[in-house]
Design a protein around this ligand. Structure first.
Ligand code: GDP
Ligand code: MN
Length: 383
């Protein structure tokens, strides 16, 4: 789960990484008061969890506090749209930070290299722009340093990597310290990504994290109640945010065939089958154990919040819950819903035949196998 820049900077500062001073504001008056603390020389930055805020108009430099306050006023409530996030995100708060005089911009990140099965530190002299672009146009400008998770990093390895990245000599020591801080954040704070872009070098030769992005491993969030409020902001899709409030495992996938099933593995198979049948899955949704009418209703409503959905596939395996009970749950749920798109349900397991019999004549089209169900729903949805 992504953290806001201000949260990321607080976390980095705890580990000795030098960050510019700054505070969060939600209105012009607060922004003015903070800007005054820095003599009006500040940068106002939208706190939205998306990349490319600068290009989207969410970052602006100021010389006086009145203009900073004015910009804050304009920004709050505005939807920012970037290439990375075409749906955009509404700004609710801004970071008003001390203006840093930047002579050079570098790039630093710590993440997991899945292919190497190791933590990797990426260092580049080409900061400020998108790292994907650097990777494509000038891959040699990115130096990778692998971290042995058990052993950690030795100082000489970090010094060597910093030299290989051609970081100028006067900044090297500070860069080494910054990298060690970042790796500590990664290891100790359950992070799965730490990125600083840009690392700013001032004309006086001081190194600071001018921007910061930390992402926390979602499986470790139970250890971090302090981020509970960030969960809503962090959702990649508005329906994902809604689902997380309801405690339902839902991921929007951008297609048009709605999918729900009981059990993550079964849902994953359903996605594959829909794909194979030529369909484009709209979402992942795990209904969880059983399938009582209330739960089914909530889940169907969630899937249908996505206006692109043209057909719905329900895939239920009745092991402990009997399939006739499942069918009754589905019928009760749909009796109270107003669903106009085709719905196909594959129910299999204990008392499957009885279950399918109950569905006959209803709006829910029964299917015996997953393949048959996927083909049917795709056929009907795209008819
Ligand atoms: P992003 O676009 O979401 O990555 O937001 P950043 O925080 O990286 O800001 C975008 C760009 O604004 C940076 O690459 C810098 O060039 C510039 N910028 C941000 N903060 C400062 C600052 O304090 N001083 C100066 N001179 N430029 C800044
Ligand atoms: Mn940035």
């Amino acid at each position: 789960m992504k953290l806001h820049e201000y949260q990321s900077k607080d976390l980095l500062a705890k580990y000795g990484v030098v960050v510019p001073g700054g505070k969060v504001a939600t209105n012009a008056a607060e922004a003015k008061a903070i800007a005054d603390e820095f003599g009006g020389k500040v940068v106002v930055k939208a706190q939205v969890l998306m990349g490319g805020r600068g290009k989207a108009g969410g970052v602006k430099l100021f010389e006086d506090s009145d203009s900073a306050a004015q910009f804050t006023q304009e920004l709050i409530g505005k939807r920012l749209i970037s290439i990375q996030n075409p749906d955009g995100m509404v700004v609710e708060k801004v970071l008003v930070a001390e203006l840093v005089d930047i002579a050079e911009e570098y790039y630093l990140s710590v993440l997991l290299d899945r292919a190497e099965q190791k933590i990797v530190v990426m260092i580049s002299k080409e900061g400020g722009m998108e790292i994907e672009q650097v990777a494509e146009e000038n891959p040699d400008a990115i130096v990778k340093l692998y971290v042995d998770a058990a052993w950690g990093l030795d100082d000489y390895e970090v010094r060597d990597a910093v030299q290989r990245a051609n970081i100028p000599a006067p900044a090297q020591r500070q860069m080494v310290a910054m990298i060690k801080g970042l790796v500590q954040v990664y290891l100790k704070e359950d992070a799965d990504m730490v990125e600083i872009n840009p690392v700013a070098l001032t004309p006086e030769g001081k190194l600071l994290a001018a921007d910061a992005k930390v992402s926390i491993d979602e499986n470790a969030l139970f250890r971090h109640p302090e981020y509970n409020e960030t969960k809503d902001d962090a959702a990649d899709h508005p329906i994902d945010g809604e689902a997380s409030k309801l405690g339902i495992a839902y991921v929007n996938l951008g297609g048009d065939i709605g999918i729900m099933g009981n059990g993550a593995g079964l849902v994953m198979c359903s996605l594959d089958e829909v794909n194979r049948a030529g369909g484009n899955p709209a979402n992942f949704l795990d209904v969880g154990g059983g399938a009582n009418a209330e739960r089914v209703k909530t889940c169907v409503n969630l899937v249908l919040m996505d206006k692109n959905v043209k057909g719905l596939l329900i895939n239920i395996f009745g092991g402990i819950t009997r399939c006739d009970e499942v069918a009754k749950g589905l019928l009760a749920a749909f009796a109270e819903l107003d669903v106009t798109i085709p719905v196909v349900a594959r129910i299999e397991g204990t008392a499957a035949a009885e279950g399918l019999k109950l569905l006959e004549g209803s709006q829910i089209i029964g299917a015996k196998s997953m393949q048959e169900a996927a083909q049917k729903v795709v056929e009907l949805a795209y008819a």
